[in-house]
Design a protein around this ligand. Structure first.
Ligand code: ADP
Ligand code: MG
Length: 257
């Protein structure tokens, strides 16, 4: 049976005033799979992610064209409810960015923003999200303490918990381990691995070994003639072993940058 992709990106371009950050990107991610976006800085990876959840709307002068379908939903349509879309598409960034609130309020606040008011539901989702990120046992006796008092890795897992509490189907991860020490990075990597199958994941990483370990598919991005683009994408093992594009091949084999 043919299963439609959960994320389908067709001919996506992102322009900022006078500059083409990304040109003509097409990618598809099957439900429950993880696609890693790799490539040097400045080739449009973050711009691609920000088009997928309409964060690019917030950048003055940004223009997005092409088509993005999330579970069949036409993300770039004028009629799209952006608030509902951001509930369906969670995002985690490089720098852990908890709100300057308590651990519990970080999650309750996000839920209330998205219309969850029932106290029992708030508490249930809070515990579920902290359990899912392995934080519950570490913080259950200090839920009312400031989130900013947690270690970097715990803060990042709290950011995952905040996104998961909204029960998304897709997660966009922009270098989620890059700012963490090796131990915290390994913990967050294990968390990401545990999310595969239940969520569809699109993750930017500069760590090729991590892409190889985690990703079902990889897309290699590049800057060509001043524009960001996707050079090649495919199943992880195929791409690392025998990418057709010579630049992609050299990049994946550590022969460039
Ligand atoms: P990557 O994530 O691969 O490093 P980005 O998507 O951040 O790439 O950037 C792609 C290009 O778009 C870069 O040349 C960058 O300078 C430019 N760019 C990114 N964000 C903005 C912005 N808000 N305004 C103008 N130019 C931007
Ligand atoms: Mg980036």
């Amino acid at each position: 049976m043919h299963v439609p992709p959960s994320i389908q990106i067709e001919n996506l371009s992102v322009h900022y005033a006078g500059q083409v950050a990304l040109q003509g990107a097409s990618l598809a991610v099957a439900p429950g799979e993880l696609m890693a976006l790799v490539g040097p800085s400045g080739c449009g990876k973050s711009s691609l992610l920000s088009a997928v959840n309409r964060m690019s709307d917030l950048v003055p002068g940004a223009r997005v064209s092409g088509r993005v379908l999330i579970d069949g939903r036409d993300v770039l349509s004028e009629a799209e409810d952006v608030q509902a879309l951001r509930r369906q598409i969670g995002m985690v960034f490089q720098q852990p960015n908890p709100f300057p609130l308590s651990i519990a309020e970080n999650i309750r606040f996000a839920l209330r923003e998205h219309g969850v008011r029932n106290k029992a539901v708030l508490e249930e989702r809070l515990e579920q999200a902290l359990q899912a990120t392995g934080l519950w046992n570490e913080v259950r006796d200090r839920l009312d303490k400031p989130a900013l008092g947690l270690s970097g890795g715990q803060q990042q897992r709290l950011c995952f918990a905040r996104a998961l509490a909204l029960q998304p189907s897709v997660l966009l991860l922009d270098e989620p381990c890059s700012a963490l020490d090796p131990m915290a990075s390994a913990t967050v990597e294990a968390l990401i691995d545990s999310l595969k199958g239940r969520y569809t994941l699109l993750m930017v990483t500069h760590n090729l070994a991590q892409a190889r370990r985690l990703a079902d598919h990889v897309a290699v991005c590049w800057v060509r003639d001043g524009c960001g683009c996707v050079l090649e994408s495919g199943p992880t093992q195929d791409l690392f072993q025998s990418s057709r594009d010579p630049l992609a091949h050299r990049y994946l084999n550590g022969l460039l940058c």
